[in-house]
Design a protein. Sequence first.
Length: 222
Amino acid sequence: MKKIEIAPSILSADFCNLERDLKAIANADLVHVDVMDHHFVPNLTLGEPIVGRICEVTDLPVDVHLMIEDPDRWAPEYAKLGAASVSFHMGAAHAPVRLARQLHDMGCKACFAVRPAEPVEPIFDILEEFDMILIMTVEPGFGGQKFLDNQMAKVRRLRDEITRRGLKTKIQVDGGVSPKTAHIVAEAGADVLVAGSAVYGAESPAQAIDDIRAKAEAAYKD
């Protein structure tokens, strides 16, 4: 059975009790941190000081999702803070391959993010440069949105291309992931599931993580 990684999004956590909420997801595989600048997306979240502190207090790898302009400038700064992986968006990066290689040189994984209205095919020629491709199944900027199942065709095309070329690039899906949708995402070929409100809105975040993982792994098709 394929191991599915679960990455709770702290966008849905209680920012006044963030350390407590980080401890509540100790059974997760990653911590997903959304950084928004109120320019690339219509919301403003947190920045370097808080992300740096998160990297210090959690034992989990920190997966930073940059929903910002000029990631060429800022992505390396998050790698310096200790992020295990940094995602930046198609259309935001001026030189995505150069940026990916720079992150790799810093010991950080490089990930490319694709919004719902964007096709995934334009990045096929540079797939080998990235450790992971993030497929958004909601519009970026806010948590708690409804899952866009029409993005699964995109995930399948990406999975087919990765498999055809024998690449190790992982597929991450972010948006509306819950115990009810986890099997859909897994069947399409995702490796990493980001879940925010489904985890932090549950009575037990740890149990929600286990439930999402179990639903996904049971449905995964090699």
